[in-house]
Write a protein that binds this ligand. Sequence first.
Ligand code: HEC
Ligand code: HEC
Length: 249
Amino acid sequence: MRPILTFSALTSFALAALAMASCHPIANETGARFRADGETIAMSGGEGGAANACFACHGLEGQGDGVSVPRLAGLDAGYLQKQMEDYAANVRHHDVMGPIAGWLSHEDRRAVSAYYAAMSPPTVEGPARPVPAIYFQGAPEREVEACVTCHGPTGQGVGPGNPALSGQPAAYTIDQIERWQARERRNDPRGVMTDAVAGLTPSETRAIAAWLETSPTLPAPASDAASASAAATAAARPGASRGERRPDR
Ligand code: HEC
Ligand code: HEC
């Protein structure tokens, strides 16, 4: 009799739990579960093991190391997941992050992205640096686009696809721009970044990166309206419609 009792007790418990769960919005339950899975990956490295534990390099608060490891905290979840997919697919080539992303499943990448996206952005430290005019105006005669269009007036990002840049270490930002100029980072939709920074000089790159490092990490205005208008702006640019697909992808 005992096993049967236990079984029926379990069944009614399960039914009660199911009934309770159905009272809550499914999306929130899923979000919380995803972030919990994401925390496990961030702390353990998932299938890749402890050497791949994200926190070891990106910090317990997802703040980065201030030099070459970027902040993840408060970045858009879709952007973060896209980067993990791109590292795994090697369209964003990186010797360290490629294998780390490769160990994770799509679900793992989504979960760990949700975990970092839900964290508060780190507070920036250090004095404000001179505002680089080129960030706001671009240099049309050299086809340098105004960064503000897609990255916002403080570098807080515009919509889900155009990432926040503020609070990123200057050395990291310089490295990314140089990788686009060298065609080593090839994961920007329609080549928008390749076009935007092709004509940027090294001193302009340094000035932009230095200013972004201590620019306030405001939450990005990730509304549908903001992202739709950013997408429309991006699509309307001459650079965006030119050669939709590059042969190397
Ligand atoms: C051994 C150190 C190390 C570990 C462990 C590590 N990262 Fe990274 N991560 C880096 C470095 C360095 C970069 C910059 C790479 C580049 O220049 O593209 C980076 C970049 C990233 C980026 C790109 C951010 C952006 O703004 O574009 C994401 C996303 C990321 N890591 C997520 C993770 C996740 C998730 C984990 C754990 C599963 C992890 N990283 C583990 C060192 C590490
Ligand atoms: C038309 C829109 C657009 C313009 C203009 C633009 N960007 Fe971007 N930028 C993007 C997108 C989209 C990405 C993310 C690409 C990806 O998915 O990896 C990005 C990514 C970046 C990154 C990498 C962020 C990271 O954490 O890895 C840096 C740095 C950057 N942009 C700097 C600039 C600078 C500097 C300018 C101005 C000279 C500029 N961008 C102009 C759309 C734009």
